[in-house]
Design a protein around this ligand. Structure first.
Ligand SMILES: Cc1cc2nc3c(=O)[nH]c(=O)nc-3n(C[C@H](O)[C@H](O)[C@H](O)COP(=O)(O)O)c2cc1C
Length: 181
């Protein structure tokens, strides 16, 4: 079975989580990982499982304005490294170009966000899950959040390993559904 993990990331935290999820999915056989700037929306059409994640900005998925504001702020911090594709395009733009080809294929959504009650932080994963439904994907479980210590990161302790386990659980569920068909 083939899984595709697509991520958006400004400071590398969501990128790191996406890598850990891809490691967890490894038992499915074929796993591709790519940034939203480099994966064409049509390229994921043949994956049996699509996993998509991005950073939470202003309670939801990033926007061009939130990315450029963050990039400007980061430019003043010598120690902060930005991802090569940090200023976009982001997941909103990606979904707007995606054909509605899910046709019942499985998908899961994740995000990174601050360690506060979700009611206060919002969650990009919820918006991603909604977009996946609109594109006719079937949700393989609830959207998941992975936590950062501060706005620019780093990831909280144990989150990378939790992401790897989450990926492994998705793979197990995917296989179980496939066997039941
Ligand atoms: C412009 C901006 C807005 C943000 N808004 C939120 C928010 O509403 N809720 C939240 O939990 N975190 C917020 N954050 C923190 C991000 O979630 C954090 O930067 C992200 O998880 C880091 O992932 P990345 O390194 O992959 O970009 C915001 C960060 C930026 C730069």
């Amino acid at each position: 079975m083939k899984a595709f993990v697509v991520y958006e990331s400004m400071f590398g935290n969501t990128h790191e989580i996406a890598e850990a999820i891809a490691e967890g999915l490894d038992s499915l056989g074929e796993v591709e990982l790519g940034s939203v700037a480099h994966v064409a929306p049509e390229a994921v059409a043949d994956a049996e499982l699509l996993v998509i994640g991005g950073p939470t900005h202003m309670h939801g998925m990033s926007r061009p304005t939130s990315r450029s504001a963050a990039a400007e702020a980061a430019a003043t911090d010598d120690e902060l490294e930005m991802e090569p594709d940090a200023t976009g395009p982001g997941l909103r733009e990606w979904f707007s170009r995606m054909p509605k080809t899910g046709a019942g294929r499985l998908a899961a959504a994740f995000d990174t966000r601050l360690d506060k009650p979700a009611l206060l932080t919002g969650s990009a994963a919820k918006g991603i899950a909604k977009q996946l439904r609109r594109h006719r994907y079937e949700a393989l479980g609830e959207p998941e959040s992975f936590l950062v210590e501060d706005s620019n990161g780093p990831l909280m302790e144990g989150e990378r390993e939790r992401a790897r386990r989450w990926g492994a659980q998705l793979a197990d569920r995917c296989r179980a559904l496939d066997a039941a068909e």
